[in-house]
Structure formats: C-alpha cells, structure tokens
Design a protein around this ligand. Structure first.
Ligand code: DAS
Length: 356
C-alpha cells in the first residue's frame, strides 16, 4: 500500500514540475509557410550551378526540413500553394494567394506568415498583399538568388531570417515585408534591381532594417497606407482588370498601347524616359485612348530614388492623366489594378497614387 502511495506522490510531483517548467517556457510563435515555387525551391545539376538550374522543384516540407534551425525560432507548418517560377504569376495566382494569406491571418493561433516566392515578381506580390490583406500580423515574402543545390546558396539563411522576422512582435504593423540578403524591406518600396547577385533587392528609400543572427534591427517604418490602413480588401476583389505597361524609348510608336487596349487593357502604365516623358508620336494615341475611358498613368523607366512630377513633362490636368509618383511601372500596375477593381476614377486614382 505504502509503495502505491509513494509512486502516486512521486508521479504527482513530476507532473507538477513538468507543468511548472512548461508554464515558464513561452510557447513558440506559430508561423505558416506558404510555398509558391521560385529559385528558393530550385535545383541545379551541380553545386557549381549558381545561375543555371530549374526553379520550383523542391516541395515545402523539404524546404522546412532543409533548415532545422527554424524549429528553434517558431513552430512552422507548410502549405504548397503553387509550384511555379514567379515570372509566370497571373492575376488569378495573386488573388488565390492573397485570399489564403488573409484567411490564415484571421486565425488567432497564427502569429505570422512567410511566403517563399520566385524573385522575378516577388516585389509585385509583396506590394499587392500589402495593399489588400487586412492584418497587422507579420507577412514576409522571401526568395533566393541561388538554388539550394548551389555552393553558398542563400535560400536557407533567407528562410531562417524570414521566419525570424515573421515571429517577431516588432514586425507587426509595418506592412508586408520582404526579407533578402539580411535586409528587411517594405514590400512597397523594394524591387529586384540586379538579376544575378545575392544582393539583388534594393529599396528606393532604403531598407526598413536588418535581421542578423536571429534578431531584428529596425531603422525606419513605412509612412504610406497599407494593410489595416488600406481602403482595399482582398475579400472584396472578385477579379483584377487587365493593366499593361508600355516602354518609352527613342523612335517609339503607339502600336503597343493600341494593341493592349484592343486586347482589353483598362489602364496603361507608361514606362517613360526621364520624368515619365511621352514621345510626341505617342501623345495623340494616349489622349484618344483616355477619351475611350482607358486610364493613362505616367511612370518612369528610370530606376528609383525620385518620382514623376505631375504636370511637369506633360499637362496631366488637361489630359486627365495620372502620375505614379515614385512607383516604378511594375508597382504602378499593381496599384492601378487594385484601385480600378475598387472602382477608382482618375481623380481618386491620383489620390491613391499619392497615398499608397
Ligand atoms: N525564375 C525566377 C522566379 O521564379 C527564379 C527566381 O529567381 O526565383 O522568379
């Protein structure tokens, strides 16, 4: 009898101690990893292949298994949303991904979301999510410039850093973030600026911070509207309108612009030379297309660090055109699609380009 009492007592003490220890160890953040493909899931024929490889090969569970250190940062579970190279993203892919991110963000037990993504259009997806997903939880988009099979592959550390940022409370409320090469960027500002180096992503106004050895270091916060301060909501978007981009250059004609509209474009982004300049032979076509109800948005092919000034190179007030402010052509396309899906006319479109 005494033996039974002693056994029960020691069991009770052991359970109480375990509960006490468990209570002291804070529960790990719950992070969901949504995999879409890209180089971070890529594989090359040999370790020497840092730029020749096939993107979108490695499945999400292998991505997670490839970085055991993730488990020290967060409880990570994966979903394979797509398995594609990101140059092939469509508007439908954006909507599907955005709705999944929003659904996960609404789940109380989810603390952060990481999206692995090809680097080619990563900046477009990150901006789109920042405009349309109503959450202050960290949403972090991450990719890599080298496949996991290459010497000095960058994907594993990028993924660990992305989960670290997604697990950090101080990442909340900063909009959708992009983590690449130890830097934390705003999804709005960042662009792939170099096509073949690991230091490929630059923000026109600089990164927001850095993540180094498991810690985040912040130096600034976004001032433009995003996520919870956005008037746009992914749940209200049924479809995104066709918006196309036409480059400006010497000897340019209006063939592309007319062809885009003939195929259903509802807005044209002019990737102009200099300050969004429009070549003389192209102006009449843009004015004609505007009169047909197509929105005309002047952006610039010039890489970041400035902005297109309204009524400077063209009489935008007279023509009822819009300027993209500091947004490059590919970012301007994303914002134009979201704003038009929300019913913006040219007046509200210009307001939107100044506020987001
Ligand atoms: N093709 C590129 C893409 O999927 C590969 C990459 O850099 O991620 O965006």
């Amino acid at each position: 009898m005494m033996k039974l009492v002693r056994t029960l007592a020691s069991t009770f003490v052991a359970m109480t101690l375990a509960a006490a220890v468990h209570a002291q160890v804070p529960a790990k953040p719950q992070v969901v990893l949504l995999a879409t493909g890209g180089t971070i899931a890529g594989a090359g024929a040999s370790a020497a292949n840092s730029a020749t490889y096939q993107a979108a090969k490695v499945p999400v569970d292998k991505l997670i298994a490839g970085v055991p250190e993730l488990a020290q940062v967060a409880a990570v579970r994966g979903e394979q949303v797509f398995q594609i190279a990101s140059e092939s993203f469509t508007n439908e892919h954006l909507l599907t991904l955005g709705k999944r991110v929003a659904a996960l963000a609404r789940q109380p037990e989810v603390d952060g979301i990481v999206i692995t993504h090809g680097t080619d259009t990563l900046e477009e997806t990150a901006f789109f999510l920042g405009l349309t997903v109503r959450t202050d939880k960290p949403v972090v988009v991450v990719g890599s410039m080298r496949p996991s099979t290459a010497l000095s592959a960058d994907g594993t550390l990028n993924l660990l850093n992305a989960v670290t940022v997604a697990s950090s409370k101080d990442s909340r409320g900063k909009g959708v973030l992009v983590v690449m090469n130890d830097e934390i960027h705003s999804g709005r500002d960042v662009s792939k600026s170099i096509n073949i180096k690991t230091e490929a992503f630059k923000s026109a106004w600089g990164p927001l911070g850095m993540v180094v050895e498991g810690r985040t270091y912040w130096f600034r916060a976004p001032v433009k509207r995003h996520t919870l301060t956005s008037e746009f909501d992914i749940e209200a978007i049924k479809a995104l309108p066709q918006v196309d981009i036409a480059y400006g250059y010497g000897n340019a004609s209006d063939v592309a612009q007319r062809a885009f509209v003939a195929k259903g474009a509802k807005a044209l982004i002019h990737a102009g030379t200099g300050n969004g300049s429009v070549a003389a032979p192209v102006v009449p076509a843009l004015r004609e297309l505007r009169a047909q109800g197509v929105q005309i948005i002047r952006s610039a092919r010039v890489v970041g660090g400035g902005f297109v000034l309204r009524n400077a190179e063209q009489p935008d007030d007279q023509y009822d055109w819009v300027v993209s402010h500091d947004l490059n052509p590919q970012k301007a396309r994303i914002l134009a699609m979201v704003a038009l899906a929300n019913g913006s006319d040219s007046k509200s479109l210009q307001r939107v380009f100044m506020e987001y």
